[in-house]
Design a protein. Sequence first.
Length: 252
Amino acid sequence: MDHSTTARAYQPDGDSHAGRVIVVTGAGDGIGRAVALALARQGATVGLLGRTQRKLERSYDQIVKSGSPKPALLPFNLETAAAAEYDALHDALEREFGRVDGLAHVAGIIGTRSPIDHYDVPTWCKVLHVNLTAEFILTQCLLPLLRRSRDASIVFTSSSVGRRGRAHWGAYAVSKFGVEGLMQVLAHELSETTNIRVNSINPGPVRTAMRQQAFPGEVPESNPDPSAVVAPYLYLLGPASQGVSALAFDCQ
């Protein structure tokens, strides 16, 4: 059985992630929320990072109500955050937990579906910043805390159009190609000197607001719920995947 098959079929034991501190971006909605809730059910203390306080509080309340470890609310706008805000995030996590065991990059924006010769330049810059540059900055910011973990994992969320480009996917596809490159470079850099492993996941079609924006004519129920694609995230963010790094996974 290869690693991708193992990840898709992964069924963690109870409390498989107990004691782990894991930051999840986009934790207020969609796949990010599903991943955060699943990690909490497995005993992880989850840092709920996202730009919309109301959505984060909804995830927070559900986790607390379930009796899982109390999560951390981390309101953070990846589009507008400046250096001081990244430093403040690092300092807050250091004070509260002393380390980070996992970082799941799930947040992202679609931009517009348009041919390159008509693509709006400001939108292009925004998509590249949120989906790629901000992920680089956040990773760099949290690396000192990840280095303190005995078993740390970074997971980037990619896309099929970030592995083979297709017409009209513009900045979104290019940003995901960049994410794959960042994953590979970082995994190689960290492989010899740290306990940090780095991988990427392509969730495939999922019933999310982003999917609806990209395919407005599609029947939402034709795609699986976000909870259906959490297994590979749990696998890669937990001890079951020790030694697995620099790989690109598919959820479907």
